[in-house]
Design a protein around this ligand. Sequence first.
Ligand SMILES: Nc1ncnc2c1ncn2[C@@H]1O[C@H](COP(=O)(O)OP(=O)(O)O)[C@@H](O)[C@H]1O
Ligand SMILES: [Mg+2]
Length: 361
Amino acid sequence: MSGTSADGIDAVIAEFDGDRFIRVIGSSHTEYAAEQRARLLTLSLNQPAITLRELSLIDIGIADRFASAAQHVLSATGIEAQQIQAIGSHGQTVFHEGPRGLTMQLGDPSRIAAQTGITTVADFRRRDLALGGQGAPLVPAFHHALFAADERRCVLNIGGIANVTLLPDKTPQAVRGFDTGPGNALMDEWVQLHHNVAYDVDGAFGARGAVHLALLDALLTDPYFAAKPPKSTGRDYFRLTWARRLFPALDTLDPRDVQATLCELTAVTVAQAIHSQGTNWARVLVCGGGARNLLLQRRLQALLGPKAVLATTDGYGLGAELIEATAFAWLAMRTLAGGPGNLPAVTGASKPAILGGIYPA
Ligand SMILES: Nc1ncnc2c1ncn2[C@@H]1O[C@H](COP(=O)(O)OP(=O)(O)O)[C@@H](O)[C@H]1O
Ligand SMILES: [Mg+2]
């Protein structure tokens, strides 16, 4: 899995018994080469005109990185390729526009299968889009399998974009989920601009600023936040040019205050999204890299209120960084078993579908 942050590839070796998740045997994180990452970010943020040759080169460059991510986790665990049933490869999203049925994940699965000698399942989103769905989020079915309990729970994934899964009870019929808007994307872009670091480690930069209320109010006017689910969005939408459009004086403000405000924006829109789906949530389990942003976690806890226990997934069976990658292993397992992976109540698709394509070893 590599998310919209393009911070690198998370790989896990996961074990299942039928539908049931047993455990993660090993994991690894493989960075993109710096120049490759810069190119990917330019591509997904600015949507520049590029040649088809260049696009094809990016496609195989990503595939090579995914294949080495798979090889890294194999050698880290001492497991042989022949012991692996399949790779579930999400690929790298470079474009997503759910309402128009558009999405693009790069990382040629044929190449991954050829290099690893392992059957590869990929292209998970387009079947759902073909059925009128948003193609996202796809993780709620796995969140349900892993975390549904006899209490009202939410699972909050804070990647570049944030998405929430609502588990009001144990039944699969009750599961809801959608993208809430920006997760770390705007914070990452802003801190990269001012400090030349990939992200605001622990939220320390933002913690030195104060929320700028006029900026926050301007950003909250975007209609995406009030729109009813199903809904999904992409990093090509929630970027600094979006913020500058809504608040042209953005770059004249104290950079620390902007960082604090972008963090607050994520916290407020997530809290509003959760409350729009009912109250009395007993527990909110947080995963994705944003789970490590202490300022964001503090603000989320304050906005969700004292009755909701906010915790990372670490203490609930699977570490925050491993959830999404494991979800795509689980989805690959579903596809190979001939079972559906999407939840129509979440994505808006007309029916459940077997997701993706199978590229034999
Ligand atoms: N210690 C940390 N403090 C603050 N933010 C963090 C930390 N670790 C990771 N992150 C954030 O998490 C992001 C990566 O999260 P990830 O779940 O991989 O997102 P994606 O699915 O979009 O790739 C980073 O870009 C960064 O914003
Ligand atoms: Mg990532």
